[in-house]
Design a protein around this ligand. Structure first.
Ligand SMILES: C[S@@+](CC[C@H](N)C(=O)[O-])C[C@H]1O[C@@H](n2cnc3c(N)ncnc32)[C@H](O)[C@@H]1O
Length: 243
């Protein structure tokens, strides 16, 4: 019996290498977001009610710079690690050995060190995907696509939006659209920056659309950044008796 369990485990999980991280040095020519954080404007942004549509244009433009400069290599900074580890823990807890879709995956940092059955990383920028270290690993694929148009070709046990729901024009509707491609018990995992007004509002809107989260963790870095990570199980909402 013991032997049988171990065989199953081996089949479901691949061997994984530890996620490589390092301290990313400060760079003067980083994106405006990074500069804003370094200049300490984030505490002010916490209270300014800025609409998503206004910030989105700026973020879209800034995102292009980030992709061109270092393909988001700065996210390998050890101060980001708590967020990745939390999300990896949620994936492994709620979708053990399952099929994972990582929307806006950039370099696929989440995939490194994650235990899964199948992993699909989707991102808008092919040059960034080309830097993904997990390319070619069994059960792993990277696909160029947009969070606004990509249609999953299979049902997933976990769909992750790790710092990416800022970019679609209609983030809540996109999250709902992706939710239709979950397995019956599948989960949506969302991480959003919680030091600004509008992502906090976006989280509240997600709660209204996807139901109360089944898990939540807040992570704070020593550099003044903070993220809220929530796990939604939309099936739990649709299964609720109506009326
Ligand atoms: C802040 S990074 C997060 C990267 C990744 N989730 C992680 O934490 O390692 C945002 C990523 O979303 C991607 N992105 C932006 N808009 C997108 C869209 N409409 N569809 C798919 N990916 C998008 C960017 O190219 C970038 O790689």
């Amino acid at each position: 019996m013991q032997q049988q369990t171990e065989v199953v485990r081996e089949r479901r999980f691949r061997r994984v290498e530890p996620m490589p991280t390092h301290v990313v040095p400060d760079r003067a020519n980083d994106s405006l977001i990074v500069r804003a954080m370094q200049a300490g404007v984030m505490p002010v942004l916490r209270f300014i009610p800025t609409p998503h549509w206004a910030v989105r244009r700026f973020l879209e433009w800034d995102n292009r710079i980030e992709n061109e400069r270092d393909a988001w290599d700065r996210l390998r900074d050890v101060n980001e690690m708590g967020r990745y580890r939390t999300i990896q823990g949620f994936v492994e807890t709620f979708a053990p050995g399952g099929s994972v879709l990582d929307v806006g995956c950039a370099q696929g940092i989440l995939q490194e060190g994650l235990r899964y059955g199948e992993y699909t990383g989707v991102d808008l920028f092919p040059e960034t995907l080309a830097t993904a270290r997990g390319q070619g690993q069994p059960g792993t694929r990277y696909v160029v696509g947009s969070a606004e148009t990509y249609v999953p070709d299979r049902a997933h046990d976990a769909i992750v939006f790790n710092e990416t729901l800022y970019y679609p024009r209609h983030p809540v509707q996109e999250a709902q659209r992706f939710a239709r491609h979950l397995t019956p018990d599948g989960v949506i995992i969302v991480s959003l920056f919680n030091r600004a007004w509008w992502p906090r509002r976006l989280m509240r809107r997600l709660n209204a659309a996807l139901g109360a989260p089944v898990a939540e963790t807040r992570v704070f870095s020593g550099q003044g950044a903070g993220w809220t990570i929530r796990v939604y199980r939309p099936a739990a909402v649709s299964a609720r008796p109506r009326g």
